[in-house]
Design a protein around this ligand. Structure first.
Ligand SMILES: [Zn+2]
Ligand SMILES: [Zn+2]
Length: 295
């Protein structure tokens, strides 16, 4: 039997397309990054584990098959062409042979664009997946903490930029920063705790803590009481921003324990508040990663 080797090209950014043989979902890796000489692969979505050779995409296989068919049919046509003869005029009966046809065409493909491009913090593999959260195809590390960290860094960078902005813009960027903190944390914690508490929302961090305590996890374990109260207050402020134009209501007064003279007033959010919130949320994120392992 003859064997053929076909080169599977990487895309213009150097990524190689992959498809999980189990869940059939698509992702990309950058060969040469990550664990050296690692010839196996984890699916970033379902964690199926197997040799890299099992992760070819349907398009890559189709392409490789078409390359081989193209070569074989091309060679065959060439051989047959050599058998072409013209009828000879001077013979009483002469038959000519003409070979027509083209080699089987090659089925080209291109790799898809994916939403989230990451470099694994653990093994440095560069990979791209749909959505945001998944496992590293080389070392199987879940990326939820990494994504939360990257987003917190972005919030800090925006706060740095806000320093030079006009007061109006600055105020808005700080408010947005607060809202982003809660969205980032909610997205992270939902993902992290999806096995444990599939529908738990973390927009109300106070209730989320109570629910997780029933599973023996205290998300505030790295914070002292006043730091935790501060975090709860910032989450309450975000709730006011999102639903009450930032104006303090009875519920806010009750939940945060601040003076009733604040009722009906717009809550103030400072740059320092947002920076502190990022600092404390990082502690909670790290503690959730330690106590809640993704299966
Ligand atoms: Zn899979
Ligand atoms: Zn990794």
């Amino acid at each position: 039997m003859e064997t053929f080797s076909v080169d599977i090209e990487r895309d213009e950014e150097g990524y190689l397309g992959r498809e999980c043989p189990e869940c059939e979902k698509y992702f990309k890796i950058k060969p040469g990054t990550g664990i050296p000489d690692f010839s196996d692969c984890y699916c970033p979505y379902c964690q199926h584990f197997g040799p890299q050779d099992h992760f070819w995409t349907k398009q890559q296989i189709e392409y490789a098959q078409s390359i081989v068919l193209n070569k074989v049919s091309g060679d065959l046509l060439k051989t047959m062409k050599k058998m072409e003869t013209k009828p000879k005029r001077n013979q009483f009966l002469s038959i000519g042979i003409t070979v027509k046809g083209k080699p089987t065409p090659i089925t080209y493909y291109s790799e898809k664009e994916l939403e989230e491009k990451l470099t694994c913090k653990n093994c440095t593999l560069e990979y791209a997946i749909y959505g945001a959260f998944g496992y590293c195809p080389d070392c199987a590390e879940h990326n939820s903490q990494q994504i939360a960290e990257a987003n917190f860094e972005l919030i800090i960078k925006i706060l740095d930029l806000a320093k030079d902005a006009s007061p109006e813009i600055k105020g808005k960027l700080i408010e947005n920063g607060l809202e982003d903190c809660i969205s980032v944390f909610d997205g992270f914690a939902r993902e992290r705790c999806s096995d444990l508490h599939p529908k738990l929302s973390f927009q109300n961090i106070y209730t989320a803590r109570q629910k997780l305590e029933k599973s023996g996890i205290d998300i505030a374990e790295g914070l002292d009481a006043s730091e935790w109260d501060f975090v709860v207050q910032q989450f309450q402020k975000r709730h006011l921003l999102a639903h009450k134009m930032g104006v303090a209501d009875e519920e806010y007064i009750k939940k945060t324990g601040c003076g009733s003279d604040q009722l009906g007033k717009k809550v103030s959010i400072t740059e320092h508040d947002v920076r502190s919130l990022v600092k404390y949320l990082r502690v909670i994120v790290a503690s959730l990663c330690e106590h809640v392992k993704r299966s």
